[in-house]
Design a protein around this ligand. Sequence first.
Ligand SMILES: N[C@@H](CCC(=O)N[C@@H](CS)C(=O)NCC(=O)O)C(=O)O
Length: 202
Amino acid sequence: MLRLYDNKESRNGYKVVLLLNHLKTPFERVEIDIFKGGSRTPEYLAKNPVGKIPALELEDGTILSESGAILFYLAEGTPYLPDDRVGRAQVLRWICFEQNVHETNVAESRFILNHPELSKGREGEILAEKQKRGNAAIKLMDDHLASHDFFAAGRYTIADVALYGYTSVAADGGFDLSKFPAVQAWMMRIEAQPGYVAANAG
Ligand SMILES: N[C@@H](CCC(=O)N[C@@H](CS)C(=O)NCC(=O)O)C(=O)O
């Protein structure tokens, strides 16, 4: 059975949980206490030298890390990843956007506000700058979604799964999603998909 190294607060891990549920793929979930160094032990670093969750252990012992790479692996040959070259490139484009522009600002604002004890010195100007850039990222999503139901290939794909992870908890980072009606409507479309599961649903 697949084994997912995860942490219940992480939406990077949740992206993988969400896709596994859409695919009805059974998996074992292993909770790693990232706030007490659980991802930096020699045992865990031997699995993922980057020292982060999520990591997915395949039946043959191969370990995959990086949420986007794990989504690609799981979605191959399913409707969640297009077959055509342009469709796949568009999916990758949005996953890169999520990691470089969205997660670094939306998720990190959430982290600073949820964990002030671990974010000393980042609460002021750094948080304000991340919120400014995070709002710009969500606005870019809203503009795209004003004329598209989903991000790539005209249907629900892992590009949406990746972006839903931290957009769905953007309020924790001080973002007001009521300013982004197309993003709100897109989240409702995702929540109506077969196999959708909320984070930490057990
Ligand atoms: N780019 C990575 C980011 C993974 C990441 O930042 N994981 C965080 C939790 S959301 C983590 O494991 N932090 C623990 C640490 O850095 O020690 C991905 O998308 O999987």
